[in-house]
Design a protein around this ligand. Structure first.
Ligand code: SAM
Ligand code: SF4
Length: 326
């Protein structure tokens, strides 16, 4: 199992399959976003080669993300490949769910265990406002297909001040009363392309939780307050599912970080909110052997930064969320 310089075990790889997307969420990317050319992205052969190397190094969890990972034609094959690697215990997907209607079953059959679906509002108008051109009905159909295929479901919502941080957040949380899902609220994070927007619109965990408690009464702490991945988990009394609060800005969880990200253009991003990266694509294309690639991966992981420095006003400048793989 690779250790970083702070002796954290790094065993979770998030793989971005594309920086492109079929939505344009206002907090994630501008409406007229320029995407990378296909030749800049890792091709299937390169991904099929890298994934087993991470498994061999001791990684046990892989999540495919993007951009929108369901736009990648080979997604089902990549999931099958990852799920079949010795040592890989869980393969997950983060998606806006627009294409899950068709894909949920083949993905589940290929070995996908969990799906995190981004859904910021159940209200059609508000959903469109946040995604610029999405139809919430498509997401609900995708979710129904995921449930029918037996995938474990988490919802991700990013509360944005004055838009979906009140009634919409409560309506999303209410889904846990009847569904065994985790509905997670992610604090808005700053990147070069949205830093002003983030500063004005972030809703911090304390405020959101207080709002939830005015609607539902005191929330029960789950797991005795221990993190579930990056989320602090609570339950509305009597609910089937749980609420997760992911608060990288107001309550950083860097000490428990166990992940690195492989960007669609083949960089190993060591911390979501720091620009330090290792370049695997050029190593691959220069003909590096598996052993040489493993050495590069280990060396990059070793220098993984302790954490972000948003408090010191250091905002990631080189990429936005959709170009990293959130
Ligand atoms: N397209 C897929 C989706 O939306 O689920 C996967 C990629 S998306 C970048 C992954 C997650 O990042 C989504 O849940 C999205 O809401 C979240 N996200 C995007 N920009 C963000 C930001 N600036 N701060 C916090 N979360 C953000
Ligand atoms: Fe696309 Fe996901 Fe970003 Fe929305 S959050 S624009 S769905 S990548």
């Amino acid at each position: 199992m690779p250790l970083d310089q702070y002796q954290r075990e790094i065993n979770y790889l998030r793989v971005s399959l594309t920086d492109a997307c079929n939505l344009r969420c206002v907090y994630c990317m501008p409406e007229h976003m320029a995407f990378r050319r296909p030749a800049e992205l890792l091709n299937d052969a390169e991904l099929f080669r890298l994934i087993p190397l991470f498994a061999r190094l001791g990684f046990n969890k892989i999540r495919f993300t993007g951009g929108e990972p369901t736009l990648r034609r080979s997604l089902v094959e990549l999931v099958r490949h990852a799920a079949n690697q010795p040592g890989i215990r869980q393969v997950g997907l983060t998606t806006n769910a627009l294409l899950l209607d068709q894909l949920a079953r083949p993905l589940a059959e290929a070995g996908l265990a969990t799906v995190n679906v981004s859904l910021d509002s159940l209200d059609p108008e508000r959903f469109r406002q946040l995604t610029r051109w999405g139809n919430v009905r498509d997401v609900l159909e995708g979710l129904a297909a995921a449930e029918e295929a037996g995938l474990r479901i988490k919802l991700n919502a990013v509360p944005t001040r004055g838009v979906n941080d009140r009634d919409d957040a409560v309506a999303l949380a209410s889904l846990t009363l009847t569904h065994d899902w985790q509905v997670r609220f992610i604090e808005l994070m700053p990147f070069a392309n949205n830093a002003g927007f983030q500063t004005e619109n972030i809703v911090r965990e304390d405020e959101l939780r207080a709002h939830m408690e005015t609607s539902f009464g005191p929330l029960e702490s789950v797991n005795e307050g221990r993190l579930d991945g990056e989320a602090r988990v609570f339950r509305i009394p009597g609910a089937r599912g749980t609420l997760g609060f992911i608060s990288p800005v107001s309550r950083p969880f860097c000490a428990a970080c166990n992940r690195v990200r492989l960007t669609a253009d083949g960089r190993l991003r060591l911390c979501l909110l720091r620009d330090d990266e290792g370049d695997l694509r050029e190593r691959l294309r220069q003909g590096a052997t598996d052993d040489e690639l493993e050495t590069s991966i280990r060396a990059a992981i070793h220098r993984k930064p302790w954490g972000h420095d948003l408090a010191g006003d250091r905002i990631p400048a080189s990429r936005g969320m959709s170009e990293i793989g959130g």
